[in-house]
Write a protein that binds this ligand. Structure first.
Ligand code: PMP
Length: 369
């Protein structure tokens, strides 16, 4: 076999770690379970890829998924849980359409900016704090913003997946309903669902694979959407149909169910929080140890899930990514809008993966610093 540049590099590590931001790494145990169960779903006579959404087996799966999520997140019993399609992006529109229109937005990164712009498209949205001028390096303090009179809700993005900026406590907005995009941090640590009117998260980070979106809402907060709103964008239609207003993504739902079982088996959300904090600290310690690596996010706003960083010498970034991939550390390139690097270290990323990356970074610095 001819010697290629690829084969000339050091042999690939025995284990590879996937640091992509989403679709993200799944726990190997979950993949093994899916594989084992794939040919036939729980005595139904068909595989999960073929299972009908009106079948008793799928009904049982739905019940189990909802009750596991309720338990893991301590969801109040008077709140509804919906499983929808269209990703978190569709929630950017559904929130304003169903909550009375005028939303106030804390803009702490690219995703909250998108949510705000979508609100402007379908209703009215106002940014009450915007960190874009600073390049999104922190969340605001409580006294830096106010909810304007007439605002129907306050929206925030708990964790900004691209900027690596995270709220470590929910903003306080009094009686105004609070709306949270939890896409890239759901189940990573405990949150107080009861303090929110609406919470949403698409699944392809901590909840499995793309195609299904969890929506948790207080039905009392809903307003009638404007005339012309399509039925699928009216939460009440999905509430009445118990999340089945049309054919659901059965397989994604099943994977979500497996992820919830896995999260429970790890000890639940409090155990995940301890695990995630340890992992994040390993990486930030490397970033803080020298100026070879740069992360500009304020310490108090640092994300536990997505750690973006650059090299002081941008010329070295391509070599960093290439060497990392050869060492089994995959998909570390930053978002296409920001470049640089980003390590996404969601629940499924083991501490060994982060420790291997931290050691690789120290070694790369020794060789190139
Ligand atoms: N919000 C956040 C915080 C995200 O990270 C993403 C996707 N990365 C989205 C919203 C959009 O999600 P989706 O692609 O599922 O619509």
């Amino acid at each position: 076999m001819a010697m290629t540049a690829e084969s000339a590099r050091p042999a690939a590590a025995a284990r590879t770690y996937h640091f992509g931001a989403g679709p993200a790494m799944l726990p190997p145990e979950v993949i093994a379970e899916i594989r084992a169960e794939l040919p036939q779903f729980r005595g139904s006579g068909v595989s999960i890829l073929e299972l009908g959404h009106r079948s008793p087996e799928f009904r049982a799966l739905m019940r189990e998924t909802e009750s596991d999520l309720r338990e893991l997140m301590t969801i109040p019993s008077d709140y509804a849980v919906l499983f929808l399609q269209g990703g978190a992006t569709l929630q950017f529109a559904m929130a304003p359409l169903n909550l009375g229109g005028r939303g106030a937005y804390l803009v702490t990164g690219q995703w909250s900016a998108k949510a705000w712009h979508e609100a402007e498209r379908v209703a009215e949205g106002q940014a009450v704090w915007n960190g874009s001028a600073d390049g999104y390096t922190r969340v605001p303090t409580q006294h830096e913003w106010q909810v304007p009179g007439g605002a129907r809700y306050l929206h925030y993005t708990v964790n900004e997946t691209i900027a690596g900026v995270e709220f470590h406590s929910a903003p306080a907005c009094g009686a105004v309903p609070l709306v949270a995009d939890m896409t890239s941090m759901i189940l990573s640590r405990p949150v107080t669902v009861s303090g929110h009117a609406l919470v949403y998260a698409s699944a392809q980070k901590n909840l499995g694979i793309a195609g299904i979106t969890v929506v948790i809402l207080n039905p009392a907060a809903l307003h009638t959407p404007p005339r012309g709103t399509p039925a699928l964008l009216d939460y009440r239609v999905s509430l009445e149909a118990e999340s089945l207003p049309h054919t659901p993504p059965v397989f994604a739902w099943y994977v979500l169910g497996r992820m919830l079982k896995w999260t429970r088996a790890q000890g639940g959300v409090a155990a995940m929080a301890a695990h995630n904090q340890r992992k994040a600290e390993l990486l930030y310690a490397v970033l803080d140890a020298s100026d070879f690596y740069i992360n500009r996010v304020d310490k108090a706003s640092r994300s536990w899930m997505n750690v973006p960083f650059r090299l002081r010498d941008p010329q070295l970034e391509a070599a960093f990514l290439q060497d990392a991939a050869a060492a089994g550390l995959k998909n570390l390139a930053g978002h296409r809008s920001s470049g640089g690097m980003r390590a996404s270290i969601y629940n499924a990323m083991p501490e060994s993966g982060v420790a291997t990356l931290a050691e690789f970074m120290r070694d790369f610095e020794r060789r190139h610093g």
